[in-house]
Write a protein that binds this ligand. Structure first.
Ligand SMILES: *Cc1c(COP(=O)(O)O)cnc(C)c1O
Ligand SMILES: [Zn+2]
Length: 434
């Protein structure tokens, strides 16, 4: 084992070799660049898989830190000291009660509602992007955010001592705004939707020379999502599941879980398997689900109108690649209503004790819909990705959950209230039965 670690250290000059256009294959140096000069296609990080095969093993990974950085050879950073704030290695929980309720035999929840430091999967992509930003010499970092990305960028920039200016749509949930301001970045609340924020940020990226994690640093940023694939494979005992269900905003996360599984197969860390990929969107912003259902090979942008603000991207950059993966893996992409999203949040909380935000409600509601439609087989080992924390989107469930029973500090007051609670429960049950 120490031998294996020595080999890894020697090879730590990194296996990533540059950037490559996803459309035409043109190659570029690993700079802050995200669009191909030849065809305007998106750029992606390229690796030398021979180097990875020779230097990485299950043992070297298991001997690494308890964070996403145990997979550092698969990530686009050269440094020996990445920004490690304990991001990643979140629980993979077997969801017995939810599985029984839905009629599945083996269901797991990948719980990024408790990811560090800001309780969403975005901490993964930002840890990678800011580590690379530092390597490329940026002193100010920025992002166009639907909420969670602003939380993450502000927090991890604070930890790393980088200047930070982040952009959000002005109408975000209070928890997302407060959860950014506490780190004291410059916060621009733009009067417009995410797609307008993103367009503005593309212009700012050209004029300010800042590192925008999801614009000019996007090829590096998006690689961070592969760790959601790596961790599930490792936590299942170095095996892939049969079916995954994940939410879609830009579509990046979904495509990178797929890339993560492929890289583990390619380097011999897991046995090859055809994993089915199914995507979840909110009906009020479902351009990827629409393209999938209509069999289109282009995305028709929409204007978002949903409570699932963190995944409300009307013009998703990686939408078409997500459609492609759902098609070629025999998965599907489905959308659910805001009412179903709230029900999904409550269902996960009541069956598994996990309080997720609206994006997670979207995933659970979609999972339920797919099982009911026979699109997930009860025998499939299924993983549902929960990507954010419910304490950040409290507005969504206010008015849809119970209230506390207020009582006097006296035994008889308690006993009367308990009797009332039992009666209410009985009435609820009678309603269920009729
Ligand atoms: C950003 C986000 C997503 C999806 O991200 P993409 O990679 O853009 O598809 C999913 N869930 C939550 C909670 C998010 O914040
Ligand atoms: Zn190109």
């Amino acid at each position: 084992m120490t031998q294996a670690i020595d080999r890894l250290k020697q090879a730590s000059t990194a296996a990533f070799t540059g950037l490559k256009c996803k459309e035409c294959g043109a190659e570029y140096d690993a700079t802050a660049k995200h669009v191909c000069d030849e065809c305007f296609g998106p750029l992606e990080v390229k690796y030398d898989y021979d180097v990875l095969r020779q230097t990485v093993s299950r043992e070297t990974i298991e001997a690494g830190p308890h964070s996403i950085w145990r997979y550092k050879p698969f990530l686009p950073v050269a440094t020996e000291t990445p920004i490690d704030v304990g991001t990643g290695m979140t629980p993979l929980v077997e969801a017995h009660r939810l599985a029984r309720q839905l009629g599945l035999k083996k269901l797991y929840i990948k719980n990024d509602a408790v990811n560090m430091p800001t309780l969403s999967f975005k901490d993964r992509v930002v840890s990678v992007a800011l580590t690379r930003a530092r390597e490329l010499g940026f002193s100010t970092v920025s992002c166009a955010s639907t909420g969670n990305l602003a939380n993450s960028t502000a927090a991890i920039a604070a930890h790393a001592g980088l200047d930070c200016c982040v952009f959000i749509p002005a109408d975000l949930e209070a928890g997302k705004i407060l959860g950014t301001l506490i780190y004291n970045p410059t916060l621009m609340a733009v009067k417009g939707n995410y797609d307008q924020v993103n367009r503005l940020c593309s212009e700012v990226a050209n004029t300010q020379g800042w590192g925008f994690v999801n614009i000019n640093l996007r090829p590096y940023y998006s690689e961070g999502s592969k760790t959601l694939g790596f961790e599930v494979a490792e936590q299942l005992g170095w095996q892939l599941p049969d079916h995954v269900v994940a939410p879609l905003a830009s579509g990046s996360l979904f495509t990178k879980i797929y890339k993560g599984f492929q890289e583990f197969i390619e380097t011999g860390l897991v046995e090859a398997k055809d994993v089915r990929f199914s995507g979840a969107q909110a009906e009020g912003c479902s351009p990827i689900a629409s393209a999938y259902k209509e069999g289109r090979d282009f995305i028709a942008p929409v204007k978002p109108n949903t409570i699932a603000k963190s995944i409300a991207i009307g013009n998703p950059a990686d939408g078409i690649y997500a459609v492609d993966i759902a098609n070629k893996t025999n998965g599907t992409i489905e959308s659910v209503t805001d009412a179903e999203i709230i029900e999904g949040m409550k269902l996960l909380a009541e069956t598994e004790g996990i309080f997720t935000e609206t994006a997670g409600g979207t995933t659970i509601a979609t999972l339920k819909k797919l099982v009911e439609a026979g699109k997930i087989d009860p025998d499939e080992v299924t993983v549902a990705y929960i990507t954010g924390n419910g304490l950040k989107t409290q507005e969504a469930v206010q008015g849809y959950i119970g209230e506390p029973l207020t009582i006097e500090p006296k035994l008889d007051s308690f006993e009367r209230a308990l009797e009332r609670a039992h009666t209410l429960n009985r009435l609820e049950w009678q309603q269920v039965l009729v």
